[in-house]
Structures are given as C-alpha cells and as structure tokens.
Design a protein around this ligand. Structure first.
Ligand code: ATP
Ligand code: MG
Length: 332
C-alpha cells in the first residue's frame, strides 16, 4: 500500500509487548518497587519503566533483552510510551507513519492518553474503571451517545476522541436560548436511549464543582443545514448495566452508591474500611427493594444537579431553555 512504512516489530514481538501492557494493571507491589529501583539506579530509562518486566522477569537469561533494546532505540516509544502499541494507534503511527499530538488527562480512573492526528481525528486510550465498562461503552458508541469504540487490549478502552468542548466551556455569546434548548433536548434523548438499553449512566455531569463536564458539545458550523449541535456523553466508568437487575455485583452497588449525596457526605467525613462495608451492605438492601425505573431516575436527578451547578457559573438564564429541551428529549 502506498505510504506504508515497515513497522519495527514482528507479530511475535508485538504479542509480547501487548501482554506486558495487559499485565500492567495487575503488577504485584514487589515488581513495581523493583522497577522503581531500576529507574533510580539508571538501569532502566524512565520512559521504559512499563516494559521493565521484559528484562527483569527472567533476569538470568534476559530472554527479552533484544526486544527491550529495540524499544530503547525507538523514538516513538520515547514520545508515546506504551500507548503506541494499542492496535488502532499502532496502525497509524507505525504503519502510516503519522506523528500525532499526545496529551494526558484523567483523575478517578487514572491516566487517560489522548491523541490528535494531522487530519483532526483522534483516539483516546483509558484504563477501564469497572468490569462491564467495555460492554457499556460499546453499546453507547453504537447508539451514537458515546464515543465509537475500537479494538483494544485487556484492561483498557480505545475510543474515538469526541470533537467538541465541555458544555461548561461555552461562552455567554454562544449560549443562545435556541442552542441551550437543543443541547438540553439532546441530553434528554441520550439518557432516554441509554435507559431504553438498560444502562444507568450514573454520571451525567453537566458540570462538576470544578466546572468540568461529561457532556461534550460541538457547535454547528456556519451554513450547516441542521443547526443542531453534536452532543455526546463521555466516561462510562461508573455506569451500571441493569440487565440482571435486581442481581447486582458489589462493584455495581459501589458504583451506584458513590454518586449519592449520602455517600459523598460520609466519605468526606472519612469512611473506614469496615464502615464502608456496612454502608454498601445497607445500600444493597435498599437497592433490592427499589424498582429499575427508580434507579434510572437517578440520572435525571444528577443531570438536574449538574445544570444548577453549571448555572452558578454560566448564569441562571440557562436553566429554563435547557430544562424545556431536556423534558422534550426525555419524554417517555
Ligand atoms: N472520548 C473522549 N473524547 C474526548 N475527550 C475525552 C474522551 N474521553 C476522555 N476525554 C477527556 O479526558 C478527561 C478524562 O476522562 P474520563 O472522564 O474518562 O476520566 P476521569 O478519570 O473520570 O476524569 P474526570 O475525573 O476528570 O472526569 C475528560 O474529562 C475529557 O476531557
Ligand atoms: Mg470522568
């Protein structure tokens, strides 16, 4: 194919690199400490720390020494770290010779890597935050609510970089009533689509206290036939699929608990290990007597709270048109 560049790694080497990456979330403390020591003593270059197990796992034979040395001479690993080995990223960097911009974000789930290619498209690599997140994100992507999902490695998601800005970053000049109505309508209909598919989004953060949002908005361009903004929800890290409800795993109970005001208050007061266990057990009990619709209704409450948070920054005038649109889009 025209423009193809021979990548530096054969299938077998790539397989070994991929298994190192898939093992990263499960590394025992001792291995992490050993890697830290290797970096401190200058044996391991800091950017190759994720790959140190290639040489330390079998220190006697250094079976993977040649592969590790190959990584040492690869400028792409210096620039993009292990993120360049995720299949869709690898294809573009190693096969197509692209040199995307990379930056990092993420708090609760850990480090999120974001790539933007020369044509404006982008990819995001993020560690999974719950066991069913890949499945939930896949469904949301297919429904056009969340970012499109791509093939990934165990423990991570690779998804489309959604174009657009946080809702909370729209300027006063952009916040016309008509636009607010359309954004509200879209949020209402996206939540409805998730609910119809059995997903409780559980994080419809229109604005968090720091002004960050999970609602991304891309304004229509001048002359666009349909004046609707393109809106999408990102981050399904605490979402819960209710397909087995009322059967819920402890992790799902925790995800449902952590976005409640009671839990936020209790954790601010410092909830210890055994108290957390009790809190979860009680909450599980409460959830078992709730209906599926009552659980889904949390999303409406969280969206409402976020809208009020946003209004505190952006002006009370945003509430009316946004809410009207929301009710229209969420009409069940
Ligand atoms: N698919 C995406 N498209 C565009 N931006 C994204 C995407 N996924 C994540 N981001 C950006 O990265 C940030 C962190 O991602 P995410 O919300 O999944 O992780 P988090 O740990 O929950 O972070 P936070 O606590 O800030 O919400 C987002 O706030 C957003 O700015
Ligand atoms: Mg988030």
């Amino acid at each position: 194919m025209k423009g193809m560049i021979m990548p530096d790694y054969n299938t077998e080497e790539l397989g070994r690199l991929e298994s190192v990456i898939e093992g990263l979330c499960l590394l025992p403390d001792e291995v992490i400490r050993e890697t830290g020591r290797a970096v401190e003593t200058g044996q391991c270059p800091p950017h190759l720390a994720p790959f140190w197990t290639l040489v330390s796992a079998d220190a006697g034979n250094c079976l993977d020494g040649p592969l590790f040395r190959k990584l040492e001479t690869d400028w792409r690993v210096a620039e993009y770290s292990f993120y360049s080995f995720f299949p869709p990223v690898y294809a573009r960097i190693y096969h197509q010779g692209e040199r995307p911009q990379i930056w990092f974000d993420g708090r609760t789930r850990g480090r999120v890597a974001l790539f933007r290619f020369a044509n404006g498209e982008g990819l995001v690599v993020k560690p999974l935050q719950n066991r069913r997140e890949a499945e939930i994100a896949q469904r949301a992507g297919e429904a056009g609510v969340g970012p499109r999902q791509f093939p990934s490695l165990d423990g991570f998601l690779v998804e489309e970089l959604v174009q657009g800005r946080f809702f909370t970053d729209l300027s006063t000049a952009e916040l016309q009533d008509d636009l607010l109505h359309r954004v509200g309508l879209r949020l209402g209909s996206m939540l409805l689509a998730l609910h119809n598919a059995g997903t409780c989004y559980n994080d419809a953060t229109v604005s968090d206290p720091e002004g960050r949002s999970h609602l991304l908005v891309r304004l229509p361009t001048a002359g666009q036939a349909d004046p609707s903004p393109d809106c999408r929800l990102i981050d399904f890290g605490v979402s819960v699929l209710l397909d087995r409800f009322p059967d819920l795993e402890m992790e799902e109970v925790f995800n449902l608990v952590r976005t409640t005001p009671e839990y936020r208050l209790a954790s601010r007061l410092g909830l210890g290990g055994s108290e957390l266990g009790r809190f979860l057990a009680q909450y599980r009990q409460r959830l078992s007597s709730a209906s599926r619709d009552e659980i889904l209704a949390r999303d409406l409450r969280i969206a409402e709270e976020g809208l009020r948070e946003a209004a505190a920054r952006m002006g009370a005038g945003i509430i009316g048109p946004f809410q009207e649109g929301f009710a229209e889009g969420n009409d069940r």
